[in-house]
Design a protein. Structure first.
Lengths: 276, 297, 404
């Protein structure tokens, strides 16, 4: 580190430039979402950003449209159920992958981690074809199954982070003190990975709640999720401000869960293991 | 001490249920898709089971379809390049900042990813339109005199893809940067290198693996993207995902859609595979070179 | 005395074993405060723990082969050896985490084969202590009692009593992460013994510590173990630790037992080159046996002449390794008389003053480096480059078969 006076200035200038750059990019990243949420407050009868006048009337209008409310409810229920199923599967898979160094794990990884690597169109079409043949193509169950498949890889990755941070010797200590394998896992390991399970749940929830392509393929008049409802409405009336209100409703739900994720995840652990 | 008294039983107790669930609800559908891509379709009859690569041939020999595939590849490459350039300073900031600043940047990066693509694309619709904010700003600042056409263009698609995929590139580069021994840069500086030279000759080369991973990730995700290119590009700028959806939902030609989906998968994985192969060849060559040097002593 | 080199030989016959253990047990009971003034007669179970012919195989890799030893009722045994020698595997078999491919473990006559770890009632102190980070100190110590379904009021009483014995009752509601290393060791100890285990296992308790801290912790552990009438088996690669803590040491290498004996026996009568080198410091050099019989050997070292020493299974014509400890060697003026000593000329390379001793590095005629320890006050009066004569007793010279 240099102690020359102009050296310090240069360091400060560089750091300032970096901060400014990051700020600009952050604005870029937030821009479309801000546009939607603020645009929903416009008093004008067509979508405009910056909003002309501020009013909450479009939010009130949502309540007179049962279609959207039903879609919101369906999305919330499916997301909650999928996220829960995803973390249950996630814990099983993460423990198997981390604690048992066997070549069979390649099979497990191939089955459970690859859905996220396939194009969503590819996998959505596959679900449509298969689930229809299996008899539940247009049902809420089909939607649920598809979302679980797609959300689980995220849950597994996050829970793996948690499992990696737990010393396996702790379970052995518990067993030496008289705990059965199941009790040892429940009393020792589960509390210690609880944070990663919460993070996994949040991520799985957001993936399911925001999922468009999969839900599009499995879409029927009875199983319309909120993103699909917005998508279809966009094709007919893209300038209706009420649509922005609904969209920002979606954003708000997402933000709430995102903040939950941020609270539970230990950021430094995430950064340390980010490369694995 | 390692905990593996009866390894197989323990592993099975954990893995059996997930494997069964995913076998039924994921693996079987994927195989059925591959199988279906070889079938035929007739609007009046429906799906005709066959082992016929006809749709593949049709796709790969028709200029229209190939053009769409080409555009898909083009915007994906452009998005990859854009994210690669933009992400480096972000990665540095991610690693050097702490506390709320670091968290805020992570939240900002993750937000486009977790917010439904439909909402994000809708937002771009509002911003990039003829009367949108971007154009108003550009004209207000005097950059252009006429409104730019950003919607329904390839440029718009690239902007949208870059927006949502920047997080992947940033995290990949950040992860590989973090693995670099902090003392390397200090060693270089102590030997007389300026900060810029240190970055150019020491830090940057060591982040290349992360850059490669990030590029492959962004490229694959761009190729597979649906909502962003469809909503921003519309029917005037079709990408492969759009075609697939069109074939399956409006034309109900599932076999053709399946064939195109397979083409999409293969072209994505193919390019990824080639790059990985290149990496491995280079690694082997380096190892042989090192061995030769040792042997030559 | 001749010692054969069969790996399975026990250093002591049953009689000596009994004497050693009885003496220890008696000493302990006296130290513990025997109530009556009469001589205290202990009937000690010599084979409280029997390890018989343990075999552990992982695919093609033989981790343990023919491992057999006994532990007396209040004895402290140390499994000593380099990493990979199988000592930890033996511990794992005893704890029930690894099932042996052959052989068995018996505790007080009962075979433990097939018994799950949680049913063995064995206390374990792990490397890094393995304290549950999300539970308070109290909950950690109480865990074993909870698993046994002890009534809550009784749990509280016993756990607090255990904590008081290790002087940590005041920390009962604290989290383990906030405690120092020494305190964590005491908590781990309390947790392991409050369940009144039949056996205590220690897995490399000090391997992650620096030298100074090791000594402190070792002292603390000895204090903790002093009041404990339980058979203890400890695993370590540190010979100093083994010698300080163990009543008997089991030297292991590559999955087999090399030698069993008290620290003194192994130090002064090692039965193999490996044991001799592993315990204590040594100088070694190679040569060829010219004469060998029951009384000793004579080995010819290239460039140095003949060295006489104790015979450990050598015959004339064999390759041999000679071993002598640095502290047994003295420096003398050239031309010193021989008698029952080996004498070798050398040149001083460097003299290192290490505080408690002086280390003198000398070079022999054939180029071998030799280390001599001198503990005279102020150190011997030698300069670098001086010609000296090394002398040491024939009885301090060990000769083992050399590497092929």
């Amino acid at each position: 580190m240099s102690h020359r006076p102009d050296g310090n200035l240069l360091e400060k200038a560089k750091r300032g430039a970096l901060a400014a750059y990051v700020l600009l990019l952050a604005i870029f990243l937030a821009a479309p979402i801000v546009a939607i949420t603020l645009g929903s407050l416009t008093a004008s009868n067509y979508v405009s950003f910056p909003p002309q006048g501020l009013t909450l009337k479009w939010y009130a209008a949502i309540f007179s449209q049962p279609v959207y409310l039903r879609a919101l409810l369906l999305s919330l229920v499916i997301a909650c159920l999928s996220a829960t199923a995803a973390i249950v599967i996630g814990v099983l898979v993460a423990l198997a992958l981390h604690r048992y160094p066997t070549r069979l794990n390649v099979l497990l990884q191939g089955f459970v981690l690859t859905p996220v690597m396939l194009p969503s169109i590819f996998i959505g079409l596959a679900f449509l074809i298969s689930y229809t043949r299996m008899g539940f193509g247009g049902s809420a169950f089909g939607l649920f199954a598809a979302h679980v498949v797609v959300a689980t890889p995220f849950a597994v990755s996050l829970i793996l982070l948690g499992v990696r941070g737990v010393n396996p010797v702790l379970e052995m200590a518990a067993r030496s003190l008289g705990a059965s394998p199941w009790r040892a896992r429940r009393l020792i390991t589960l509390p210690l990975i609880a944070w990663s399970m919460a993070a996994g749940w949040s991520f799985a929830f957001m993936m399911s709640f925001g999922s468009l392509e999969i839900s599009l393929f499995l879409n029927t008049p009875k199983t319309v999720t909120l993103p699909v409802a917005i998508y279809t409405a966009l094709e007919w009336s893209p300038l209706d401000p009420m649509l922005t209100a609904i969209s920002s409703g979606l954003v708000i739900v997402t933000l709430i869960v995102l903040l939950l994720l941020v609270r539970t995840v230990k950021i430094d652990q995430l950064m340390k293991r980010g490369g694995q | 001490m390692r905990l593996d008294t009866i390894s197989l039983k323990g592993w099975l107790a954990l893995a059996l249920v997930p494997l069964a669930i995913f076998a039924v609800f994921y693996v079987v559908p994927v195989f059925q898709l591959f199988w279906l891509s070889l079938s035929r379709f007739d609007p009046s009859v429906g799906i005709i089971p066959a082992v016929d690569p006809g749709y593949f041939i049709e796709f790969l020999t028709d200029g229209y379809y190939l053009g769409i595939l080409g555009r898909t590849v083009f915007v994906s490459l452009a998005a990859t390049l854009a994210t690669a350039i933009l992400a480096y300073p972000l990665a540095i900031y991610l690693l050097t900042s702490k506390g709320w600043r670091q968290t805020s940047l992570l939240v900002a990066l993750v937000l486009p990813l977790v917010t439904s693509s439909i909402v994000v694309s809708y937002g771009w619709l509002i911003l990039l339109g003829q009367k949108g904010l971007v154009n108003n700003l550009a004209m207000g600042l005097g950059i252009t005199s006429e409104p730019l056409q950003l919607m329904y263009t390839d440029t718009g698609i690239v902007i949208g893809l870059t927006h949502v995929l920047l997080v992947f590139m940033s995290l990949s580069i950040a992860a590989s940067m973090q693995g670099i021994d902090a003392n390397l840069a200090k060693a270089a500086r102590s030997l007389g290198a300026t900060p810029w030279t240190t970055f150019r000759k020491i830090t940057f080369p060591l982040t290349l693996p992360g850059l490669r991973t990030g590029c492959l990730l962004v490229f694959s995700l761009s190729m597979s993207a649906y909502a962003t290119p469809v909503l921003i590009g519309g029917s005037r700028r079709k990408v492969l995902s759009y075609l697939i959806y069109q074939q399956s939902s409006s034309l109900l030609n599932w076999p053709f859609a399946a064939a195109m989906a397979v083409v999409l998968l293969v072209s994505t994985l193919g390019i990824v595979g080639l790059v990985r192969l290149y990496e491995r060849v280079r690694k082997n060559a380096a190892r042989h070179g090192a061995v030769a040097v040792e042997a030559g002593r | 005395m001749d010692r054969s080199l069969e790996p399975r030989d026990r250093a002591l016959d049953a009689n000596s074993q009994q004497r050693a253990a009885a003496a220890t047990a008696a000493a302990r009971s006296i130290a513990g405060g025997a109530r009556s003034a009469e001589p205290h007669i202990e009937i000690v179970n010599m084979s409280y723990i029997e390890i018989q012919d343990l075999e552990v195989r992982y695919g093609n890799f033989q981790a343990l082969s023919g491992v057999s030893f006994n532990v007396a009722e209040r004895e402290r045994i140390c499994l000593l050896g380099p990493s990979g020698c199988g000592k930890t595997t033996t511990l794992q078999v005893m704890a029930g985490f690894v099932a042996p491919s052959g052989g068995e473990v018996r505790l007080a006559g009962r075979s433990l084969t097939g018994l799950a770890p949680e049913k063995r009632n064995i206390g374990i102190m792990f490397q890094n202590y393995a304290l549950f980070p999300h539970m308070t100190v109290f909950d950690n110590v109480a865990f074993g009692l909870r698993m046994r379904g002890v009534a809550p009021s009784e749990i509280k009483r016993q756990a607090m009593a255990a904590l008081e014995r290790v002087r940590l009752a005041h920390a009962a509601q604290k989290m383990p992460g906030m405690m120092s290393g020494g305190e964590q060791q005491r908590i781990a100890f309390a947790r392991a013994v409050v369940i009144k285990p039949s056996l205590l296992l220690l897995d490399e308790p000090f391997s992650n510590l620096d030298a100074r801290l090791r000594q402190e912790m070792r002292g603390e552990l000895l204090e903790l173990l002093a009041g404990l009438p339980i058979a203890t088996v400890m695993v370590t690669h540190d010979q100093e630790e083994a010698m300080a803590i163990a009543d008997r040491i089991v030297v292991m290498r590559a999955g087999r037992i090399q030698q069993i004996g008290t620290p003194g026996e192994i130090y002064s009568s090692p039965m193999s080159l490996f044991a001799a080198r592993f315990i204590g410091d040594s100088n070694t050099f190679a040569g060829k046996v010219t004469k060998a019989d029951g009384n000793g050997v004579e080995v010819e070292i290239a460039g140095l002449g003949h060295i006489r020493g104790r015979n450990h299974g050598l015959s004339a014509g064999d390759k041999a390794e000679i071993l002598v400890r640095p502290q047994h060697v003295t420096l003398a003026k050239p031309g010193f008389a021989e008698g029952q000593r080996n004498v070798v000329p050398a040149t001083v390379e460097r003299v290192l003053f290490l505080g408690h001793r002086t280390e003198i590095h000398v070079r022999l005629g054939d180029g071998t480096m030799f280390i001599v320890w001198a503990q005279e006050h102020g150190g011997p009066d030698v300069q670098q480059g001086a010609a000296v004569t090394l002398a040491w007793n024939v009885t301090d010279t060990f000769a083992f078969p050399g590497a092929g």
